[in-house]
Design a protein around this ligand. Structure first.
Ligand SMILES: [Zn+2]
Length: 100
């Protein structure tokens, strides 16, 4: 069993890593598998980023880049924490999936 603090640290690392990935998709010339609409939205949000604070929390969390990063972290972590039947049924996919 994975300790909860280790899970939290892993989730934070995955979340922030996803932001780096989003940043690369927006600002580099690498090819990516996201729609132009998604890249345009991520670009707008990087340029108009709403920081995390108690006052701005709802506006922070509703940003597409945040929702994508939270979903990526949760989905990736769940792939490593499945047990028994779930593990067989939901085999980890290659990291090429862009369904986040
Ligand atoms: Zn974030």
């Amino acid at each position: 069993m994975i300790h909860s603090s280790a899970l939290h640290v892993s989730e934070v690392i995955l979340h922030e890593s996803r932001h780096l990935y989003q940043y690369e998709c927006v600002y580099s010339n690498i090819s990516h598998c996201h729609s132009e609409n998604t890249i345009t939205k991520w670009n707008f949000e990087f340029e108009n980023y709403v920081l995390y604070s108690l006052e701005s929390l709802p506006r922070h969390l509703i940003q597409a880049i945040e929702k994508d990063a939270y979903k990526f972290a949760a989905t990736t972590l769940s792939r490593f924490t499945f047990t028994g039947k779930q593990k067989k049924k939901n085999k980890p996919e290659a990291y090429s999936s862009n369904s986040f």
